[in-house]
Each structure stands twice: as C-alpha cells, then as structure tokens.
Ligand binder design. Structure first.
Ligand code: C2O
Ligand code: CU
Ligand code: CU
Length: 508
C-alpha cells in the first residue's frame, strides 16, 4: 500500500513539475516573443519607389486691410498610400495633411478655417507668438460647418512652425488621421544668409509620421499594448508618401524636419553616417551651424539641416533608435529600439553648385536668468503636471506681461514625455544642471524630458495680455495631452488678476 501510494505521489509530483516547467516555457516564450515583437527595424527593407510629395504652398491674397489671407478647410478624404487602400483620411484643402503656409515677419495674416468634418475641431499654430484668442487651442473650437478667422501680426524670427488640431481629448485622433501642415516664417536676417531657400527644390519640407495600416489598408488607431505613449506605427510617411525618394539637383539641400507623429520620437541621421549642419531648431536659426551626425526629435519638434551630396550618389535618411530617457523596458515598448529608413536622396549626375553653409547665422540675444521675475516648477508624471490633470475651467497660473520667467521641468516617471509651451519660444538654461548641448542652444518650444533630469528654461512673455483666455502647456505626446497632461496659463497686465476661461463655446 505504502509503495503504491508513494509511487502515486511521485507521479503527481512529476506531473506538477512538468506542468510548471511547461508554463515557465510558455511564459519565457511569450516574453521573448513580446520582447522581439516590440521592436521595428525597416533598415534595407523600404523600397523607395515613390517620389516624395511636396505639400503645395498655400495660395494667399491681400485683403483691404493689407492682411495676407489664407483659406484652410479641414475635410475627410481618401488617399491611396499604396498599401492596400484607399485609406480614409482627413486633410486640409485635400485628402491628407495640408498646404504649407508661408509669411514674413511684420506681416498681418488671417486664416479662414472652415470645419468640413462631422465633429468639432480646432487649428493651433504651433510655435507661433500670438494673442491667446487666436491660438487655436481647446478654447477656440470650430463647429462642423463653421468658419473661424484668426488674425495676427507675425512677430518673431524666421522659423519652421506647423499647424494642427487641438480639440481637448481628441488631438491624437485628429492629427493621426492626417490634419497637420507646415507654417514657414521668413525674415530679412534669414534671407540675407547663403542657405538653400527654393521651396521644393533645395529647401524641402519633411513631415515625418508613423502609421500602422490594418488589413483593409485603413489607419489602425489602436494604441501600443505595453508602451504608454499611444499609437506607434510600423510604416513611415513623409509628407504622406510611403517609401519616398527625393531627386536632389544641388550640392546642398536644406531639409526642414518636422516630427508630426503623435507619439514616436526619432533620431535622424544618414545610413552612411555622414555629418550635416544643423542650422535651425523649433523657433528659428541657431547662432552658428552645428556639425553633427544625429538629431533627435520628439513629437512636435522641428530641425532644419543642410546636407551635402556628391554627384550621382544615393543616400538614405534614417531614424536610429532614439534615447527616450527611460529604462530599457520603456525604451523597448515605446519605440526606443526602433530603426526606420525614412527617405532616399538621389543626387543628379551633375549638381548645381551651392555655397558653403555660413559659419555665423543669426545673433540670439540671451535671456538673463537674473532678470527673471518668477521661477516655477513643473513636475511631470503619470498623466498630470504638478499633480493635477487638465481642467478647461481652471487657470493654473498667471504670468505678468513684459516679464521673464524661469520654468524648471522635471519628469518624475518612467514613461516618455516632452514639454511644449504655447505663445513663446524659450531658451534652455540647463539640462540636469549642465549647459545645454548645441542642439538645445537655439529657440525652442518643445523639449524631450528624461527621467529626473531637470530642464530649466527661460522665456519672455512680452505682450498679448488677456486675463480670461489661457495658453496651454503640455506633453506633446498627443495621447497624454488628450488624457489631461496639460495646463493653462494667462498673461496679465501688472497687478491684474487672472479671470475665468470661457466655458463650452464654439465658433459658429
Ligand atoms: Cu503642437 Cu499645444 O501644441
Ligand atoms: Cu503649440
Ligand atoms: Cu507624455
């Protein structure tokens, strides 16, 4: 009896052990599968068969008041991206993305924004210094069928800005479906420099976005499973072109890079690791070009680079795994280990000569930390800033007109986040207590945060006081923004108290 019983126990034990081992095996297998699936690498796998689309320059007219007037209509459409569509899309004045708006410093502009969609949207002028009522944030919603006509004076240096929707809780979807465009500003200082400037010829806008297509060729709006950043695609679109190539006809070409993705960060460089000159960041030209082989851009950031090519050669603009400033797990599942072939440059057999990139670009007046009227702290974690989520009815703080402020921003959690401020371009004073690297020494409006590495920025709030209408500051990973990782500030006259933001109104 005892022998049979112990043999039975041995049998049970062996069975349990085998079961545990099997489960462990499945577990390890699943983990390995998830881990390897968590990475995208398109190196050498993109066939560059489509000529890069160049967004058309928006037509404009001068009205009776001397304003340059543009028309933008947000509308649904269909686009064949060559991946089994047609894909249902949204665009401005077309089926995907929008025309490039272009204006000069000192000009008055007006944009008639028509909402041809079935739901409310807004158009925000990212990087633009302008009155809060014209900003196109969540307080300037445009109802379906309505027109909103903001107008303002261009009062900032030449730069590569952009426009996109900003409806609270819906920005990720609206941008993902295709609503975005560039807004290029010109001025005398930049015109006076020997930089490539022929739009679409040697001065090329590059709106880089990642998308995932489902089996019907539609945009897949599902968010990444283990990552926390929202939608991460496995297919790159540049200006809406999949597998794009660009014919280069000049010795030097200027690329205006815009990270128009909702969640993905890129680290741009070339497949052959050639260096290039970084000449501008978010808010305009640098003081001097910065020679480098990589430029990291988180969602919303821009960079202008000048690349030199040799006759007849081909080279590929690539995105290398970007340091997201997080641990290895978050790095892997938020796109930090991904590599993409972005765009092929095809140099003509004979190239038009182009001058060297000037060694000095524009002077940048340094904002003096000693002149700051106020220092504020921003703790970024989870889906909140300083412990609170976005509330459209609450003004978080007021900045006095004509003062300078220092903002100290620290990311306290392991998820990738960046930080964007409306109204102003800022200067970076320090990153984790050190001098900012060369790519952060020019004007910026968006900056990637790394875990517990404090970023100190300084900005001047020169004008446009309005106690009731706030500007936004937020994480530009649009899923986070939608979830409330955003706050509002007003600019007030000296001694004035903040008022109350308007509630629940839309134009039309
Ligand atoms: Cu690009 Cu608040 O936005
Ligand atoms: Cu903005
Ligand atoms: Cu975030």
């Amino acid at each position: 009896m005892a022998g049979v019983g112990s043999r039975r126990w041995v049998g049970v034990l062996v069975g349990v052990l085998a079961g545990v081992l099997l489960l462990c095996g499945i577990g390890v297998g699943l983990a390995t599968w998830t881990w390897t699936r968590g990475v995208v690498d398109t190196t050498g796998r993109v066939s560059f068969v489509n000529r890069l689309a160049i967004p058309p320059l928006a037509e404009s007219r001068i009205d009776a008041q001397g304003r340059r007037v543009f028309d933008l209509r947000a509308q649904p459409g269909r686009r064949d991206f060559g991946v089994g569509g047609p894909t249902r899309t949204w665009g401005y004045n077309g089926d995907y993305l929008g025309p490039t708006l272009r204006a000069r410093r000192g000009e008055e502009v007006m944009v008639n924004v028509v909402n041809g969609l079935g739901e409310p949207t807004s158009v925000h002028w990212h990087g633009m210094h302008l009155p809060a009522v014209m900003d196109g944030g969540p307080h300037q919603m445009v109802r379906p069928g309505a027109t909103w006509s903001p107008h303002w004076r261009i009062d900032q240096p030449a730069a590569t800005l952009w426009y996109h929707p900003h409806p609270h809780g819906r920005s990720e979807r609206h941008v993902y479906r295709g609503l975005a465009g560039m807004f290029i500003l010109d001025d005398d200082a930049s015109d006076g420099l020997a930089l490539p400037r022929r739009y679409g010829v040697d001065d090329i806008p590059l709106i880089v976005q990642d998308r995932r297509f489902d089996s019907d060729g539609q945009f897949d709006e599902r968010r990444a499973f283990l990552g926390g950043v929202g939608i991460l695609g496995d297919t790159l679109l540049v200006n809406g072109t999949v597998g794009p190539y660009l014919d280069v006809t000049t010795e030097r070409v200027r690329l205006r890079l815009l990270n128009g993705s909702t969640a993905r960060t890129y680290d741009f460089g070339f497949a052959d690791d050639r260096s290039f000159a970084l000449v501008a960041t978010d808010g305009g030209l640098l003081e001097a070009p910065h020679r480098t082989t990589r430029i990291r851009l988180s969602p919303g950031e821009r960079a202008e680079i000048v690349v030199t090519v040799r006759p007849g050669e081909r080279t590929v603009l690539r995105s290398y795994p970007p340091n997201l400033g997080v641990d290895f797990f978050n790095q892997r599942f938020n796109g930090g280990d991904d590599t993409f072939d972005v765009l092929q440059l095809r140099a003509a057999a004979t190239l038009r000569p182009a001058p060297e990139v000037p060694s000095r670009l524009v002077p940048i007046e340094r904002l003096d930390p000693a002149s700051a009227a106020k220092t504020r702290k921003f703790d970024i974690a989870g889906r909140s800033i300083n412990g609170t989520g976005m509330n459209l009815g609450r003004i978080d703080f007021a900045v006095t007109r004509d003062t300078t402020e220092i903002w100290e921003i620290t990311k306290q959690d392991g998820t990738p986040h960046n930080f964007h401020v409306h109204d102003v371009q800022f200067q970076v004073l320090s990153v984790a207590g050190r001098e900012p690297p060369p790519e952060l020494r020019g004007w910026k409006d968006t900056i990637l945060l790394e875990v517990r590495r404090e970023v100190r920025i300084i900005a001047r709030f020169a004008d446009h006081a309005d106690p009731n209408m706030p500007y936004m500051y937020h994480c530009h990973l649009l899923y986070h923004e939608d979830q409330g990782m955003m706050g509002q500030f007003v600019v007030v006259e000296p001694g004035q108290r903040p008022g109350r933001p308007p509630t629940g109104h839309a134009h039309g």
